[in-house]
Design a protein around this ligand. Structure first.
Ligand SMILES: Cc1ncc(COP(=O)(O)O)c(C=O)c1O
Length: 411
């Protein structure tokens, strides 16, 4: 779809855009009419009767008995260029990360895990707990001016490394990895890459096969423009049958003939004693909620219809425009300027924390006659300031407005 030509129509999907100047997708997106409608439809469905589409009546209600569960997988696979067998639905990034680190990887004493000082704190907490419980050694790479250097990754990954945990786009300064290189370096030592792509999917065209990533996780409610409480779990095809997850869900046993509940010889061991399905659903933890899946399904369709390459082009262009305008008013941009190393998640500072904070507060209500400007204030790994997210629905005029208000505050 030609996004520029259809911008007015696209913006109508986000009614709050007429009340805010919104640059906060890296925190939480604005509600979209498409997913609110889908979730309402689901609730109406539930109010009027059952929604499962399975042939066996009278089994308990589960999200994975709906077509929508599988439609989300199909649409998500399309978005990240995966096979449908490599994708399942998750609740949120934290849930998926815990699953991979604690339920899927077998750790031995002497193993190490590599992360960086820009890795999202919840992932680091999972690794710290792992280190305390299993004696796994942790190696933290320090950023250099908001970038993680590949040469530092090379120095830290060795034959005892089991897992490298990175955020595809770092949440607080927007540095975006060359994931193909990260995977190449890691795979030379037979270790896995866990790519937390929550700040990348929905903004740029993430191609899991191109990157050759082992695991990718993302949520629904940031650049993906969906409701909270859904997410994508990806595992590369060749790993699926090699990993026996600690967490099992009986529903994902590959039972010939379907669920045995209605059979007189139903036995709670024998009837379920089959290998797990040979797809990513064998890792599904049953943490999906049906109305949210309805909203997530419509969100994924919305993004796929806009076209992720079109979205990426616009997000990068607006990010570049913002960087140039901020330089004009002598603000220091902390996100790498190289378009290959960033998208529309732009961090800048006025030069002092106090002034950044004052600016952030002022953006909430610039003047009585002006709309609030929604941005975040964030710090991590010695980098921080005001975080602005330019998404596909934003305009250059909105960026001009932000820069004008910032300029006024600096005076
Ligand atoms: C990169 C990244 N990962 C994970 C999270 C948290 O995700 P969740 O709350 O879904 O676990 C965030 C939230 O800001 C994030 O930026």
């Amino acid at each position: 779809m030609n996004l520029e030509g259809n911008l007015e129509k696209i913006r109508e999907e986000f009614p709050l855009l007429s009340h805010y100047t919104f640059f906060n997708a890296a925190s939480q997106t604005l509600p979209g009419k498409y997913w609110l409608k889908a979730m309402r439809e689901c609730l109406q469905f539930q109010e009027s009767g059952r929604i499962e589409s399975i042939p066996v009546p009278d089994v308990a209600s589960h999200p994975f008995l709906t077509n929508v569960f599988f439609s989300c997988i199909e649409e998500a696979a399309k978005l990240i260029h995966a096979k449908t067998t490599e994708v399942t639905n998750m609740y949120r990034v934290m849930t998926a990360a815990n699953l991979i680190v604690n339920n899927m990887i077998e750790w031995r004493k002497g193993d190490n895990a590599v992360f960086t000082d820009l890795t999202y704190p919840s992932l680091v907490q999972i690794l710290l707990n792992l280190s305390r419980r299993k004696g796994v050694k942790l190696r933290r790479i320090k950023n250099v001016n908001g970038e993680i250097l590949l040469e530092d990754l090379e120095k830290n990954v060795d034959d005892n490394t089991k897992l490298v945990v990175v955020c595809h786009t770092t949440p607080f300064c927007g540095f975006t990895y060359n994931m193909k290189e990260v995977c190449r370096i890691t795979h030379e030592h037979n270790a896995f890459v866990l790519d937390d792509a929550f700040q990348a999917v929905g903004a740029i065209d993430v191609n899991v096969h191109n990157d050759n990533v082992d695991f990718l996780i993302t949520g629904s409610y940031k650049w993906q423009c969906g409701p909270e409480g859904a997410g994508i779990f990806y595992i590369r095809e060749d790993l699926i049958e090699k990993i026996n997850p600690l967490f099992h869900n009986y529903i994902w046993a590959d039972i010939p003939g379907g669920f045995p509940f209605n059979q007189p010889d139903h036995d709670n061991i024998r009837s379920w004693d089959y290998p797990l399905v040979k797809n990513a659903n064998r890792f599904n933890q049953g943490v999906c909620v049906t109305p949210t899946l309805f909203g997530w399904n419509s969100t994924l369709k919305f993004l796929n219809n806009l076209g992720i390459r079109n979205i990426e082009k616009r997000v990068r262009k607006l990010g570049g425009y913002l960087i140039e305008r901020l330089k004009d008013i002598n603000c220091k941009v902390l996100t790498p300027a190289d378009p290959e190393k960033r998208h529309g998640l732009i961090m800048y500072t006025t030069g002092s924390h106090k002034r950044d904070l004052e600016s952030f507060n002022m953006f909430q209500r610039p003047r009585l006659d002006e709309k609030p400007i929604k941005v975040s204030i964030r710090y991590l790994g010695g980098i921080g300031g005001i975080r602005v997210s330019t998404h596909f629905f934003n305009t250059e005029e909105e960026i001009d407005r932000l820069v004008e208000v910032q300029k006024r505050i600096l005076k």
